[in-house]
Design a protein around this ligand. Structure first.
Ligand code: GLC
Length: 785
């Protein structure tokens, strides 16, 4: 972002202590520094003297509540700072874990941990003056120092390497494969710049905006976090070796700073602020079959039957846009679907759920009930002049619900609730950047035309999902909801899972599923997955199989492809690929208790299901550098095949000991191993000390499957230590689990001395639930050979 003419704020006056921190004056504006928790502070600067108290819908708690109640001890003092340039006066806000230093002349904000290590450090510009804050015509920027070799992670759904250092990013939800929507981001780039190509794995920006990142100091490995609660178009520049530049084209500087130093703690705090994913229905963790294709009702039923006959596990079939009547949302094409309720009932009897797509765009079509009703209620976005805004999506001329208003959200919620009365199990929200095709979106305004497009563009999908979920919950209060969204903003995890949009049937996009999925994972969104097989372009046998093997071990597991490309069903590439793909998916189903327990943890602490090695091993630089592996839950390490023809690959095993899942061989971690990659499988390792709960068999679907036993695979530690693994069992369907209708089993594995007996202690607590059939565990011990 070009900030040359921006006005710099350089001196602070009138500092006073408040109940929660400090309040000061800076160049006629007000500055607040507030303590949220011992490890989290908020910095806020007003515009026009007024603070924006709810900049976005991302934060879902009152972040100062505990501080106001006196539950977060802190003190404020003032003195002479150590600023070598000026020795200027400074104020300090000190908690048990951090200290904010506010330099008054010159204005600077620094945050340190109590041990003196840096969380955030102001930076001097080329002219020797501090770059704490600059602003011009609603835009603003802040800069801070970055040590050479420091890592940067997060920012949600971004292309390129997991470590964002060396790159710059724009925050603007974008329909990636749409020419007009991406033009402005490609313009002016050299032809050989990968970002000039919207199908490149480095293209930026993608569909989801999450202005939250981690900064890792080199060489200490300590991390700090930053969440700027601002939904306007933003810019993060990590391309410089010595500083980080953050800028937004509107809104205010409202930043939460997380002291860390550990990534899990920062994510716990970030998801305390922006919320956590609820418990997913268990079927949502099964295999999903999707394809953009004009099915008839019979064909959908045949598709389900074919999976069942072939013994290929599947929990859900998806309906893309062609189930509708002329792409009119909340309608069915009655020719092709004469009896949706009957179809859904018959599929349900076979354990098959159905999810239908619902795009935000409502066909501009007088006489179509949804359009007429929305118009009458005045719930569509308007332009500044008062027109109902019209864009171009699948149905042609399309109007857009004004999700910024509670009326539009509840109207939308009711429409969804009515839509699922037919028996649909979940909702798939697409084109919610919002995508407007060849018509630029900027004239679409919110709150009856009063509020700019920029304020809600990045939040559109979040608000759409909010309305959808509230509607579904009102209609089915006992059931968990499932919404899949393409776009999103910080906090989207509270309402929806994300798939990574329109990827390519290419190896580089298979590899992208790893870095992007892990990036979303550390940015608060645990329920993620890419279109298996690749969406655009023709997949092929090897790519498809390798993608199934990877996708079967990602949080969301859905095969999806574009219309008019080669078929990508499990059986599309011959018997051998089918058999091996089935094995991969069967492994997923057997791992369901492990996977589900990881989701339960995500709902409690924000801990990602798919995570980079950095999450659990941030002080190991080799682990942090790994871009083509991830951990599924805490204890399984997945190393997918990301290239064709590969017969073996290098795998980095972090500290500890690791069992090769396929051979049982135990490797000492902290080093690289070579793992064979025959077509049958991709490398998978289990952490020594872990207990991986598994179903004894892979059912056809999760529906009604309540096995009488669960296997506890104990991967015996080889060095002394104590390990705890947790299994949560519940009905997988209703909200009763949250109020106690569950069983929690804690398995403690202790190894006192390497050679001696390994103790396994299993303790189950909880009220249980009606469907529970398990009367025991089968403990399966894995030992070093
Ligand atoms: C968008 C979606 C894709 C879907 C298609 C048709 O491209 O990202 O998943 O199949 O629209 O609805």
């Amino acid at each position: 972002m070009q900030t040359d003419h921006f006005v710099r704020f350089e001196s602070v006056t009138d500092v006073e202590r408040t109940d929660t921190g400090l309040l000061a004056r800076v160049h006629g504006e007000r500055l607040r520094i507030d303590v949220c928790r011992a490890d989290v502070v908020r910095v806020q600067l007003s515009r026009g003297g007024v603070f924006d108290e709810q900049p976005t819908f991302a934060v879902c708690v009152d972040p100062l509540q505990a501080t106001r109640a006196g539950d977060v001890p802190f003190r404020v003092d003032t003195g002479t700072g150590t600023d070598s340039k000026t020795g200027g006066r400074q104020w300090r806000v000190v908690t048990d874990e951090l200290e904010v230093r506010l330099g008054v002349a010159p204005f600077r904000v620094d945050v340190l941990r109590t041990d003196g290590s840096v969380v955030l450090q102001s930076v001097l510009g080329d002219d020797g003056r501090y770059e704490t804050y600059r602003t011009l015509n609603d835009s603003w920027s802040t800069r801070r120092s970055r040590g050479r070799g420091d890592g940067v992670f997060g920012l949600g759904e971004k292309g390129g390497a997991f470590d964002r250092a060396g790159s710059d990013f724009t925050m603007w939800n974008t329909d990636v494969l749409n020419g007009p929507a991406t033009e402005q981001f490609r313009a002016g780039l050299a032809a050989d710049d990968p970002r000039a190509d919207m199908t490149s794995t480095e293209f930026d920006p993608y569909y989801v905006t999450i202005p939250f990142f981690y900064h890792q100091s080199n060489p200490s490995g300590a991390m700090s976090g930053s969440f700027v609660d601002n939904c306007h178009r933003g810019h993060y520049d990590f391309s410089r070796s010595d500083e980080i530049r953050i800028g937004f084209e509107g809104g205010q500087w409202t930043e939460y700073v997380f002291a860390g130093p550990d990534m899990p703690g920062i994510l716990e705090a970030y998801t305390w602020l922006t919320g956590r994913a609820g418990l997913p229905p268990l079927w949502a963790l099964g295999y999903h079959q999707c394809r953009w294709h004009a099915y008839t009702q019979d064909e959908v039923e045949q598709l389900g039957a074919r999976h069942r006959e072939a013994g290929f596990p599947v929990d859900a079939l998806w309906l893309d846009i062609d189930y509708m009547d002329g792409y009119r949302v909340f309608t069915w094409d009655e020719q092709r679907f004469p009896d949706p309720a009957g179809m859904l009932e018959r599929l349900d009897a076979q354990g098959l759920k159905v999810i239908s797509i619902v795009d935000p765009g409502v066909k501009h079509d007088p006489g179509y009930a949804v359009y007429d009703d929305g118009l009458e209620r005045d719930v569509f976005c308007r332009t500044e002049g008062g027109d109902v805004y019209i864009g171009q999506v699948w149905p042609g001329d399309t109007v857009f619900p004004d999700f910024a208003t509670a009326e539009a959200r509840s109207w939308w919620g009711e429409l969804n609730a009515r839509h699922v009365e037919s028996g649909l199990a979940g909702i798939w929200n697409d084109m919610n950047e919002p995508a407007t095709g060849v018509i630029p979106p900027e004239r679409m305004r919110f709150d009856h035309g009063r509020v700019s497009h920029e304020r809600f563009h990045n939040q559109y999908a979040l608000l759409m999902a909010m309305g959808t979920v509230e509607g579904l919950q009102a209609a089915r209060p006992d059931l968990r909801t499932f919404v899949l969204s393409r776009s999103g903003f910080a906090g989207i995890q509270r309402y929806a899972a994300n798939w990574m949009g329109d990827n390519q049937a290419r190896w580089d996009h298979l590899a992208l599923a790893v870095t992007m999925g892990s990036g979303l994972g550390v940015s608060g969104q645990p329920f993620v997955g890419a279109d298996i097989g690749g969406f655009q372009g023709d997949s092929n046998a090897e790519l498809f199989l390798r993608w199934m093997q990877l996708g079967a071990l990602t949080p969301f597991c859905r095969n999806h492809s574009e219309t008019d490309k080669v078929e990508q069903y499990a059986w599309a590439f011959g018997t051998r690929v089918f058999d091996l793909a089935r094995e991969a998916v069967q492994l997923r189903y057997r791992l369901m208790p492990y996977l589900y327990s990881a989701f339960v943890r995500a709902s409690e602490t924000g801990e990602p299901v798919q995570r980079p090695l950095a999450f659990d091993h941030q002080y190991d630089p080799a682990a942090v550098a790994v871009d083509d592996q991830f951990l599924l839950g805490r204890d399984l390490l997945v190393a997918p095949v990301t290239r064709p023809g590969e017969t073996a690959r290098q795998v980095y095993l972090p500290e500890g000991h690791w069992y090769d899942w396929h051979t049982g061989e135990v490797h000492e971690g902290g080093r690289y191993v070579i793992a064979p990659t025959p077509m049958e499988r991709i490398p998978l390792f289990a952490r020594a000390g872990a207990v991986v709960p598994m179903w004894p068999t892979a059912p056809a679907s999760t529906a009604g499957y309540h096995p009488e036993t669960i296997e506890l695979h104990v991967f015996e530690p080889v060095v002394p230590g104590r390990h705890e693994s947790v299994l949560v069992e519940d009905d997988g369907l209703t909200v009763a689990s949250a109020t106690g209708a569950r069983l929690t089993t804690t398995v403690t594995v202790t190894c006192v001395d390497g050679a001696a007996e390994v103790g396994v202690d299993v303790v189950t607590t909880g009220d249980g639930y009606a469907e529970h059939r398990r009367h025991g565990f089968d403990v399966v011990r894995h030992r070093p050979a």
